[in-house]
Design a protein around this ligand. Structure first.
Ligand code: ATP
Ligand code: FE
Length: 349
């Protein structure tokens, strides 16, 4: 069976065709980085307009690259939330139009379910597995037991790590997105020079916090500026290395605890989201998995960050489990993963 996936919840307009035997026939992404770069972050108004303008083109290109027509599809899966509502609406409207015109069944998918099920698409792993989703907007541990069965074991109580990387980069005058820039700058730095905090390590459980760490970097910068009038290249390297080491330490320790809480005989730790690209962090997580006797899986970066192949795949799995949507499918800015199936208009969910 073939599924067309559509994704437009943040700053990437994406469409993909995926087969139920895990083949990705096409995965097209129009990223909007250039439109938002001048603002140092995503501007919802600009994003919504760009999605509305490009989503049809993106779908056409995905079908062309896959070599299938609309009539050859068995399912249309679309991100119905969570995300920026204007963008989500653009995708949902497009999917509804295509479904109404062709009679191909429609299914609304949770964007986070897309991220969470990606390791099954890329690595074919079995349920259950422990997922750490660590991205620009999210940071959470999920026990994944089925295509619609996610149990949250813990997560950030404030910022996401990717956001902290981006803000640290902005503070130090590095480019956007900040993660790769901070990693590059940290390469020549001393991670021990600045004693940055390891938030929440003293408390039990798997919750994390990153806003205090972000503030600690700002205070260190303020102190340097007051003492010497600015930040040298070496200071910047040390600040980045220290921040990165603190983030890696916190993620590693909480992952160790989450694996213990997950407690399966043959555990699998899957890590998804853009921050998984960081080599210091990925290395620390890999070591934690090895120490716990767990298999470590991390999808290729192109499928870790936002894309539509993951939405098509989640659609395939959830449709096979009996989920369906109709023209009442609603776009939803907030949609916790453990809240179940896609909401319908007027259902009050
Ligand atoms: P979400 O999926 O939660 O809505 P998002 O789509 O913005 O958020 P992703 O696309 O998964 O998140 O990841 C982007 C984030 O990953 C950015 O915050 C970016 O700075 C961060 N990132 C990318 N590469 C690295 C790296 N090498 N080190 C640290 N962070 C990184
Ligand atoms: Fe995402």
């Amino acid at each position: 069976d073939l599924c067309l996936g559509i994704e437009s919840s943040c700053d990437d307009t994406a469409a993909a065709v995926v087969a139920s035997d895990r083949r990705i026939l096409s995965s097209v992404i129009y990223d909007q980085a250039l439109l938002h770069a001048a603002y140092g972050g995503v501007v919802p108004e600009i994003a919504a307009r760009a999605h509305a303008e490009r989503v049809d083109l993106c779908v056409a290109e995905a079908l062309r690259q896959a070599g299938v027509g609309l009539a050859g599809l068995d399912l249309i899966a679309v991100t119905a939330g969570p995300g920026l509502i204007g963008g989500v609406l653009a995708g949902v409207m497009c999917a509804k139009g295509l479904s109404a015109a062709t009679g191909v069944p429609l299914l609304g998918v949770n964007h986070l379910a897309g991220h969470a099920l990606t390791p099954r698409l890329t690595d074919g792993i079995d349920y259950p597995y422990l997922l750490l989703l660590v991205s620009g907007g999210h940071c959470q541990f999920l026990a994944v037991r089925g295509p619609q069965d996610f149990r949250r074991l813990g997560g950030t109580i404030d910022d996401a790590p990717g956001e902290a990387f981006d803000k640290t980069a902005r503070l130090l005058g590095l480019g956007y997105p900040g993660g790769p820039e901070v990693e590059r700058a940290a390469a020549g730095g001393d991670p021990a020079r600045f004693a940055f905090p390891r938030p929440l390590l003293d408390r039990p459980g798997c919750d994390l916090s990153f806003s205090g760490l972000k503030t600690a970097v700002r205070r260190a910068v303020d102190k340097l500026v007051a003492a010497q009038g600015g930040v040298t290249r070496q200071d910047r390297a040390d600040l980045c290395a220290g921040f990165q080491a603190a983030t890696a330490d916190v993620l590693a320790e909480k992952t160790r605890r989450a694996l213990a809480a997950f407690g399966t005989a043959a555990p699998v730790l899957a890590v998804a989201g853009g921050v998984a690209a960081n080599r210091t962090i990925a290395g620390a997580l890999r070591a934690v998995a090895a120490a716990a006797g767990a298999r470590f899986v991390t999808p290729p970066l192109a499928l870790c960050t936002d894309n539509a192949a993951m939405i098509a795949w989640a659609g395939i799995e959830q449709a096979a489990a009996g989920e369906t949507s109709d023209m009442g499918l609603a776009a939803r800015p907030r949609w916790p993963l453990d809240a179940g199936a896609a909401p319908q208009l007027g259902s009050g969910r």
